[in-house]
Design a protein around this ligand. Structure first.
Ligand code: SIN
Length: 523
């Protein structure tokens, strides 16, 4: 096994919008290595449809955006972080436009659409409903042409490297089993989410939550792990992937109907089909239970066919090969795991509790989303906090290059199960215990099963999928434990045995490796 050490100023791990934008920003102040475990454009960002929320319309304001974000966050948003998000967001979005992201236009103005729980039309979109693809392609091209960013694709980070309590780099393995260490004066985790922990998810295969576990194993604090957001409308068609059907379809006039053709959302919330995402997901789950069907219908009859084709070309073209023409027929949909609100706890400058380690994007828990993320705030969060991390590092006195490193411990993998069997077991367990509706006894049983798994410690140089499994196992425990501890319902965490919101629970559950199980610190 060969080990080499590559030292640069900054190490960025992950290549969604957060990783690409952080790398670009940091390249202005130093040399960057960008590590990504798959190809540069394989990320949750690539699949984002709806767009980016920002108060750029004269009839809108950061104050209104702040209010909507806080209402959706159900009492757990960190107000200072939301202020940063909504106030700095418009300038960052303008930077994306300057970089060449082709946001759709209506005449001379950027076109804006609406999504659930937004009081204004404030969602910018590109290529109709392929906003993430448009952003990924433009930024990946900018990163590829940047001589100060060295890109290492198909390189998985297996653990962080530490020197005297500071993060100084990362150990990696590639597909050929080669182990390499990369050292830097700052490490930025941009590894995205963990929808792959669930049987049904809108997330791509890479979304196994690696960054949260890397930070946790290295001793950083994580929080809000009980808050997995379920998107109400993923495609539910035999043989088809659970492809996201954007909320903007409802923003443009689509309505939900149960399998008997009846509209049901007005009975659940005054905003009907544009109620907050958690309300819509639970209403659909309720309808599925009542009707015994596997899906509800998303009815687009109120949207003219030419508008459907122009606004939703991606959804239209994805459904067509499965025999579904969405200009003529309703779309069968059901909820799917979509976005992790929790993650590595960061301050307003993206700093984790471990010196030298930063986190940006879905892997981070800045507190902007609270218990329920407002649609299309996530791409904005990537931009705003990537910029802040670079600003902070530009002002911080550079440290001398690290001269010694100790690897953080590696998590273990189940001894008795093969990798794919173990992953299937985790997905089943999480989907049953920590899905849209949770309850104490099921969570307790899941926790017992997860804790009882005999584990063998991983070693350096094992196949990347083994590390993904080990990471998913740590995350499964954290999610189930947090969901068990939170004996109330709030945002997207719904406990059937504690259906009310409890004001005493307006606080976060934190975990760190040394203190797992002692959660519940007040924010
Ligand atoms: C969507 O287009 O519905 C997804 C947007 C988001 O998750 O923010």
């Amino acid at each position: 096994m060969r080990k080499e050490e590559y030292a640069r100023d900054f190490l960025v791990i992950g290549s969604g919008l957060a990783g690409l934008y952080t790398a670009l920003k940091l390249s202005a102040i130093g040399e960057v290595i960008l590590l990504t475990k798959a190809g540069l454009e394989e990320s949750n960002t690539f699949f984002a449809q709806g767009g980016i929320a920002a108060a750029i319309d004269p009839a809108d304001s950061p104050t209104l955006h702040l209010r909507d974000t806080i209402v959706a966050g159900a009492g757990l948003c960190r107000i200072e972080a939301v202020e940063v998000l909504v106030n700095e967001g418009p300038a960052r979005v303008r930077e994306l436009i300057e970089l060449g992201v082709p946001f759709d236009r209506s005449g001379h103005e950027v076109a804006l659409t609406r999504e659930a729980a937004h009081s204004r039309r404030r969602i910018l979109h590109a290529l109709g409903d392929a906003t993430g693809r448009a952003i990924s392609q433009v930024l990946a091209a900018r990163v590829r042409e940047n001589p100060r960013v060295e890109i290492r694709e198909y390189t998985m980070v297996t653990r962080l490297l530490l020197t005297r309590g500071r993060c100084v780099g990362a150990r990696t393995v590639n597909g050929a089993g080669e182990v390499r260490d990369f050292l830097a004066r700052a490490v930025v985790l941009c590894t995205g989410g963990c929808g792959q922990l669930y049987e049904v998810t809108t997330n791509p295969g890479v979304a196994t939550g690696d960054g949260i576990v890397l930070a946790y194993q290295a001793g950083a604090q994580v929080a809000d792990m009980e808050f997995m957001q379920f998107h109400p409308t993923a495609l539910w068609l035999a043989g088809a992937p659970h492809f996201l059907i954007s909320e903007t379809v409802r923003g443009e006039g689509g309505v939900l109907r149960n399998v008997h053709g009846e509209r049901f959302m007005p009975a659940y919330h005054e905003l009907a089909d544009l109620a907050p995402r958690d309300v819509v997901a639970r209403a659909i789950a309720d309808q599925l239970a009542k009707t015994g069907a596997g899906h509800v219908w998303l009815d687009l009859a109120a949207i003219p066919p030419e508008v459907i084709k122009a606004r939703f070309p991606n959804i239209y073209e994805t459904c067509l090969p499965y025999g579904l023409d969405i200009t003529r027929e309703p779309i069968p949909v059901a909820p799917a795991a979509h976005y992790m609100m929790g993650g590595v706890v960061t301050d307003l400058w993206g700093r984790s509790s471990l010196p030298g380690l930063f986190a940006c994007g879905e892997v981070a828990c800045t507190g902007v989303h609270g218990a329920n993320r407002l649609a299309s705030n996530s791409l904005l969060e990537d931009l705003v906090f990537a910029h802040r991390i670079a600003r902070h590092l530009a002002e911080e006195a550079p440290l001398p290059p690290p001269d010694f490193s100790t690897p953080a411990p590696l998590p273990g993998v189940p001894a008795e199960l093969k990798t794919e069997e173990a992953i299937a077991f985790l997905r089943r367990t999480l989907s049953e215990a920590a899905g849209i509706t949770r309850n104490g006894p099921t969570l307790a049983r899941a926790l017992t099963h997860l804790r009882a798994l005999p584990l063998v410690e991983l070693e350096d140089g094992e196949p990347p999928r083994r590390y993904e499994l080990a990471n998913m196992l740590v995350l499964a425990r954290l999610i189930v434990e947090a969901a068990y501890l939170r004996t109330e319902s709030r945002g997207c965490h719904f406990r059937a045995d504690f259906p009310q919101t409890d004001p005493a629970w307006a606080r976060r559950i934190y975990f760190s490796r040394e203190e797992t199980g002692k959660g519940g610190a007040v924010d």
